[in-house]
Write a protein that binds this ligand. Structure first.
Ligand SMILES: Cc1cc2nc3c(=O)[nH]c(=O)nc-3n(C[C@H](O)[C@H](O)[C@H](O)COP(=O)(O)O)c2cc1C
Length: 159
């Protein structure tokens, strides 16, 4: 039998960063706060992200086949908090956030350390999140700085 408490305690010890994942579907853009991201290959450069199947962003990534990841700097908690919220409830999250569209057409946060843009090359739909395997097809550095870590925010996503 799985020890539920031990499972939760240990899974919450997996270290994560905190990012804004920018997505699009046609002309529409959206973004959400993402922590489940990691590199998955050097050649070709791949990352995986895990996206809640109930989110609008999930559908948008499936439809477009692209996503962008903006890397937040420590201290940018307000920005992270804005993108927790569901588009279904709050509407356009980018209304008062400066952004631009990358090569993929996905939104990139101007006030961030930098970004990667990815083309979805594989999808694993199991459980309540879908694993999107993305090939990094563009990247840029905006400025130097220390990236935001989930641990230092006091927030949790996992367990
Ligand atoms: C600290 C934190 C980390 C999160 N990490 C993820 C994540 O890795 N994947 C994910 O799908 N949702 C994650 N979320 C939840 C989404 O940000 C949230 O569901 C968002 O409202 C989805 O937006 P949408 O419905 O507009 O697509 C996280 C939330 C918090 C508070």
């Amino acid at each position: 039998m799985l020890d539920e408490q031990a499972k939760k305690t240990m899974l919450q010890k997996i270290p994560h960063g905190l990012y804004i994942c920018g997505v699009k579907d046609g002309e529409e853009v959206n973004g959400f706060t993402l922590s489940w991201l990691m590199q998955a290959s050097f050649k070709p450069p791949l990352v995986v992200i895990c996206v809640n199947q109930n989110s609008i962003s999930h559908q948008m990534i499936k439809n477009s086949g692209f996503f962008a990841v903006s890397f937040l700097e420590e201290g940018q908690k307000d920005l992270a908090q804005k993108f927790f919220k569901q588009m279904r409830r709050v509407g356009n999250k980018f209304e008062d956030v400066e952004f631009y569209l990358g090569k993929t057409g996905c939104p990139i946060i101007s006030d961030s350390l930098g970004y990667i843009e990815c083309q979805v090359v594989d999808v694993v739909a199991r459980g309540d999140h879908t694993v999107f395997v993305g090939e990094v097809i563009a990247a840029g550095v905006h400025r130097e700085g220390k990236q935001m870590l989930l641990e230092t925010t006091g927030w949790q996503y996992g367990g």
